[in-house]
Design a binder for this molecule. Structure first.
Ligand code: SAM
Length: 500
């Protein structure tokens, strides 16, 4: 399908009336959340993808904003036929807590004083941002479970936090160009940015809203940050040693090179739409992000309670701010917990920013990941079941008549109680058992409709069995998936698309 745009969009607001308790123990409220949506929510509410933004982003991720006429920060990736296809998925994008693009943050009015919060705004963590997002999906859309949470950089931290904090409320987690804990280098760059703001004479302890803002400090912070988002190669390609509007260097302290002028321009334009206090608060939230609790726990422990979330971890080959080894660390920790995870590396010279730019590779990775064959695509649905109080004779007759080797044993209301196979029947004959309950396996390994075939194949191999009853949320049997069906229809699935 042709790639298109979601067209003109409007940023909306949702208010959380009740105060929420932050990770710090402080209470904050009411909270306004700015959000946008693209595509259509299906009636089962199962096709929603939450998009989380990085440091400088906002709710406006796709299309053209009606008011500002600006293009969304991930417009290359979200839209009909794009990496996140709005023909299939309902995309929700919101501005994070602490930001300055419509969601409550330091520049918002403090209801207690009627003045902007400034530094009276409480420090926040990635955990708090995610808590607010969870409230938005429940209160505004009535969504219980998101199909996926996706984001790059600080957005990737939110995606990981979603998986850790709300594992039963997301199906897929796609962290991109991110880390499970901010590294000393990342913290160091953030600190330089913060110092630039804090040492601007206009900072005034954060109470500058009716005065001159510390714009120079913020511009400097952005310039430093911007260097870390590019790579040596991309800077060489983009600027070389080209001079800006001159034939030879002026040999004074003025700007000579194109790269200098570019950075100055980036710094100056950034301050027009960004609040310096937000820069301080969000970089702090990034620095505090650490799924190992300050090294007190192993990273794999962060994920050991996660059962049904699948991961696609994406890194960028030339990203030196969030290098691929940090993504691989996440992958290893997930694998150690037997969690289904795919790892892919975008081959790009763009550096960290590649996750905003490499639309072809992103489309390939995300599309193929999200449209992987699911149990519901190939399971058999009209299958014989046997009631738990039936006789062994009845079970064996059913097995012979249906030609099925596996018979799920169910209660009156079709809830799974056990499984019986031809092998169990022969055991019953050999050991002269009478009751079905004596010979059935009670600890049944099951599959769900939205589970991937890779996951089913793993379960079958690990347990040395050849069929899994498919159950719904109420544990009612709705079908069966067998290794025969999998091999017949798709051959043996490659376990992962890893490129490590
Ligand atoms: N050939 C068998 C098969 O294809 O499943 C594997 C042999 S194994 C010894 C059989 C045992 O695994 C039986 O007692 C059967 O009840 C149990 N079994 C089969 N499918 C199962 C499932 N999905 N969950 C739990 N146990 C299962």
């Amino acid at each position: 399908m042709q790639q298109g745009s979601v067209g003109y969009v409007k940023t909306k607001k949702h208010e959380i009336n009740k105060k929420i308790e932050l990770k710090s123990g402080k209470k904050l409220g009411p909270i306004q959340i700015a959000y946008e949506t693209y595509g259509k929510l299906n009636k089962e509410k199962t096709n929603a993808i939450y998009v989380c933004h990085a440091l400088s982003g906002g709710a406006h991720a796709a299309g053209i904003n009606k008011k500002t006429k600006r293009e969304g920060w991930w417009n290359k990736m979200i839209g009909p036929g794009k990496a996140i296809d709005t023909e299939k998925y309902y995309v929700i994008s919101s501005n994070v807590l602490g930001s300055c693009k419509g969601t409550t943050g330091p520049s918002s009015t403090n209801p207690a004083t009627g003045e902007p919060y400034g530094t009276d705004f409480p420090l926040i963590k990635i955990d708090d941002m995610v808590k607010v997002q969870k409230k938005l999906i429940k209160q505004k859309f009535g969504i219980e479970k998101l199909l996926a949470v996706i984001g790059g950089s600080m957005g990737g931290m939110q995606a990981l936090k979603w998986a850790k904090k709300y594992p039963n409320h997301i199906q897929h987690c796609i962290p991109i160009a991110t880390t499970a804990r901010s590294s000393p280098q990342q913290i160091a760059f953030n600190e330089v940015g913060r110092r630039a703001i804090l040492s601007d004479p206009n900072w005034n302890n954060g109470q500058y809203y009716n005065k001159k803002a510390p714009r120079n400090g913020l511009a400097l912070a952005r310039m430093i940050g911007h260097i870390t988002y590019l790579s040596d190669e991309s800077m060489r390609e983009k600027f070389g040693r080209n001079l800006q509007n001159k034939q030879k260097p002026s040999f004074d302290l003025e700007t000579d090179f194109e790269v200098e002028s570019y950075l100055n321009y980036k710094g100056k334009s950034f301050v027009k739409n960004f609040d310096p206090n937000t820069y301080l608060y969000l970089t702090k939230a990034i620095d505090y992000f650490d799924l190992t609790n300050g090294g007190q726990t192993e990273l794999q422990e962060a994920f050991n309670h996660i059962k049904d979330v699948n991961f696609l971890v994406i890194a960028v080959s030339s990203d030196w701010l969030y290098p691929p080894y940090q993504s691989k660390e996440i992958v290893r920790a997930l694998e150690a917990n037997d969690i289904e995870v795919k790892y892919s590396e975008i081959r790009s010279s763009y550096g960290h920013d590649a996750f905003l730019l490499e639309k072809g590779q992103m489309k390939h990775l995300i599309n193929s990941y999200l449209s992987e064959i699911k149990v519901s695509d190939i399971s058999e649905n009209n299958i014989p079941l046997i009631k738990k109080d039936s006789s062994i004779k009845e079970a064996s007759e059913k097995i012979i008549k249906s030609g099925q080797t596996h018979l799920p044993v169910v209660s009156q209301n079709k809830k799974i109680k056990g499984i019986i196979t031809a092998w169990d029947i022969s055991k019953a004959v050999a050991q002269q058992h009478k009751d079905l309950e004596e010979i059935m396996t009670k600890e049944v390994i099951t599959a769900t409709e939205d589970e991937s075939i890779t996951s089913v194949t793993k379960k079958l191999e690990k347990n040395n069995i050849s069929a899994l009853p498919v159950v719904n949320q109420q544990k009612e049997v709705i079908g069966i998936i067998t290794s025969d069906i999998i091999t017949q229809l798709i051959g043996k699935e490659k376990p992962s698309t890893e490129q490590r």
